[in-house]
Design a protein around this ligand. Sequence first.
Ligand code: MN
Length: 395
Amino acid sequence: MPTKIWANSADAHVMEPEGLWKERMPADLADRMPRSEKIDERTERIHVDGLSFERPLPIDPIISEEDMEFGGLAARGRKAGGRARDLFYPPGWNDPHRRLGDLDHEGIWAEIQYPSIGLWNGLIRDPVLYRQGVKVFNDWLKEAFVDVSPRYVPAAEISTRSVEDALSEVQRVADMGFKAVNVAVELPSDVAPWYAKEWEPFWAALQDLGLVVASHIGSAPPEISEGTANTLGVMHHGPGGAVRNYVEHCFSVQRFATMMVSSGILDTHPGLRVLVSEGGASWIPFIADRMTEAYRQHGVFVRPKLSRLPDEIIYEQVYASFQHDRSAVQAYTGMGYKNVAWGSDYPHMEGTYGHTQKTLHELFDDVDEATRYRITQGAFLELFPHVGEPPGDLQ
Ligand code: MN
């Protein structure tokens, strides 16, 4: 086993610069793009296209040495003087050139990148604002990441208010060198759902252009009531709330993967590849069995008929990323699910920054070389072959 394990990351995020919209859009539009306003130490207010709601900020306690060791955060915590807020962001979080240094240090070769504040884009109601906003965002992604290094694989944003707008942006970003499109796991209720016939040309275009459908947990539209939003972190309160909220996030991606298979979208577009990020991987064999049982035992009710069984489709066309889960490795070694891809979730707190090598060694020191290669590099390379292998002399 090599001392340093190199891995591609099937889950990472960019942080949008504060002035991004104001610098690149007319003021009346820029003001309505998603932004966060800090109310006090404990609360932020999110503003999107005339909507606004409060959500709690992570509290900023002094973290004990014990907690830091437990979370693998020791190195970051000591550097940050033990303040939780400062643990969140590694040195290169807002600088694409310094970020490469973080990746080298951690042993990450290439990474797919999702937005951060842009995870609220689904709340934009004005189609003009949505269309213009994603163009500005994608232009910035190209300049800041695509043009800086082939190791960066940002997922382009699309407007979901109009199929025509989504289609023209998909064509534009393919021409700009993007390899993936960020697809929310669910659409707002006033938009045709992903499986509606209106979206058929969208899936066909992604397949034809070779763009990966990149989906991230927490991307279902938030339900907003009484000025608070129940997604992107906070749905449950009380005992166990933090853990319940974290587990909750993975259910929406399971629904999304089930829909992509059972609706026939993946069957009729066999070249389409879906990456589901941050939701773990061992649920795929379970969902696969469950769908195939339904497809056979409830066959009389099942529409549409598929040319392959659901378990074959999900095993072949859906890829899933995880950070720490030991069961994800066993989904590959024990359940025959090959599309398991490791992810760092850089630069987020639940990710592996500061302890990536420790995590990779814990996961892979006792498995064979082929398993390690497949999960750390091979599955990702199937989706994004252009990133290539890390040079052999890299340490
Ligand atoms: Mn993530």
